[in-house]
Design a protein around this ligand. Structure first.
Ligand SMILES: NC(=O)c1ccc[n+]([C@@H]2O[C@H](COP(=O)([O-])OP(=O)(O)OC[C@H]3O[C@@H](n4cnc5c(N)ncnc54)[C@H](OP(=O)(O)O)[C@@H]3O)[C@@H](O)[C@H]2O)c1
Length: 369
């Protein structure tokens, strides 16, 4: 049975007793950060074909916030544990597991469920992590960098010298796009608020303050002709404006619904499913518009979870490539802040208030720095 813990109380009082319990975060209702509760309960047991992972680091991302609000297309029914991405150590094997051993470091993209000390996952969902990597940096690759890498190289198929516009360029996925775009030899422009401008410049992008400038006008002024690709994380009617920043024959890769959140990105108070279908319908209209309108400007959708389900080998291959780049120090994820797992609510409050540069990470006992 799960026990609700008030706030961030830890298990310090029982530190000397062997425990079979663990801490997990649950969303009790769709809404603001107060929807996140800390529970203590029995550790899950792996079923046949599953592996139990002791989580070292779980990423906190805008898709987690959108699920908490109930507006993300992948939102599970209540109550649920958020957390798209994790890195941890294999702790116990279910029957029939042969590909992994206890003690091995692994990563996974469960889409939800990572905000917990122990998680059971099918072995096919796990990707080995090379030894020696920092769990917080490694977990930053699982959602943000795989998303960025696949959009650059599988959706847009960028070529050196091409011009790209990255929206939300100082955020989690945006900063990953900048780092990987620089390695690919791209000329990069990035929308951000004034708080993120220095980080965007440092990562090789030309910042455009979206709160004070019209990015379409700015892009045409700076490039005389438009960009080859726009990465649009904002969604809704914003996709239309992104299309206007393209040169003829260019492409918008549409991958986010940030516009679905209210300014301040806190509780929307809107019904989840109705809003979700509206946002997806707008996506559809723009994709079809890209085919039929003049200018040969296409809008293509991207979804990491859809691609992972349809082509799991791509996810495994791309994440392994990215771990290699991290090992060689060719990329360096920006970690804005690390929080203990039980302070997930504080991490959501911070992400919701905006201006976070890079990734927020939850760390479990023993992995905290
Ligand atoms: N399709 C996929 O597979 C996939 C995978 C991962 C993420 N996503 C989506 O990607 C988006 C970003 O996620 P994230 O975790 O990287 O979020 P994040 O770290 O919070 O970054 C979002 C960034 O967007 C900026 N921003 C907000 N409104 C903007 C606007 N109107 N114009 C330009 N920039 C704006 C924010 O800047 P300020 O805070 O400074 O205003 C922030 O830096 C979300 O919509 C998420 O759902 C999609």
């Amino acid at each position: 049975m799960a026990t609700l813990l008030k706030g961030a109380r830890s298990r310090e009082a029982h530190a000397h007793e062997p425990t079979t319990k663990h801490t997990r975060i649950i969303v009790t209702h769709y809404g603001g950060p107060d929807a996140l509760q800390v529970v203590e309960e029995e550790r899950p047991e792996p079923r046949a074909g599953e592996v139990r992972v002791r989580v070292l680091a779980a990423g906190v991302s805008l898709p987690d916030v959108m699920m908490r609000e109930g507006i993300h297309p992948e939102t599970p029914s209540l109550p649920f544990t958020p957390g798209w991405d994790l890195v941890g150590v294999i702790d116990r094997l279910g029957d029939g597991v042969s590909a992994f051993e206890p003690g091995q470091l692994v990563a996974a993209l469960p889409v939800h469920g990572a905000y917990a000390e122990f998680v059971c996952l099918p072995q096919r969902k796990l990707v080995p992590v090379p030894p020696g990597l920092d769990p917080g940096e490694a977990v930053s690759l699982v959602l943000n960098y795989v998303t960025a890498h696949q959009m650059l190289h599988r959706s847009a198929r960028v070529q050196p010298g091409q011009r790209v516009l990255i929206h939300g360029a100082s955020g989690g996925v945006g900063s990953a796009l900048l780092q990987l775009g620089r390695l690919a030899g791209l000329e990069m422009y990035g929308t951000c608020s004034s708080r993120g401008a220095a980080a965007v410049s440092e990562l090789g992008g030309i910042p455009i303050d979206y709160q004070h400038l019209d990015f379409v006008t700015e892009i045409h002024r700076l490039t005389s002709g438009g960009v080859d690709v726009v990465f649009d994380s904002i969604g809704g009617t914003h996709i239309w404006r992104s299309r206007k920043a393209l040169r003829p024959g260019g492409k918008v890769v549409a991958y986010g619904l940030t516009a679905s959140l209210n300014p301040g990105r806190l509780a929307s108070g809107r019904s989840g499913s109705r809003h979700r279908f509206r946002a997806i319908a707008i996506f559809g209209v723009y994709i079809v518009g890209g085919w039929v309108l003049p200018g040969r400007k296409r809008v293509v959708p991207y979804s990491i979870q859809t691609l992972e389900r349809v082509r799991p080998a791509f996810f495994r291959q791309d994440l392994t490539t990215l771990f290699d780049l991290l090992r060689q120090q060719k990329i360096k994820p920006l970690i804005a802040q690390r929080f203990p797992l039980a302070e997930a609510r504080r991490a959501h409050e911070l992400l919701g208030s905006g201006g976070v540069t890079g990734k927020l990470v939850l760390v479990c006992d023993g992995a905290s720095q």
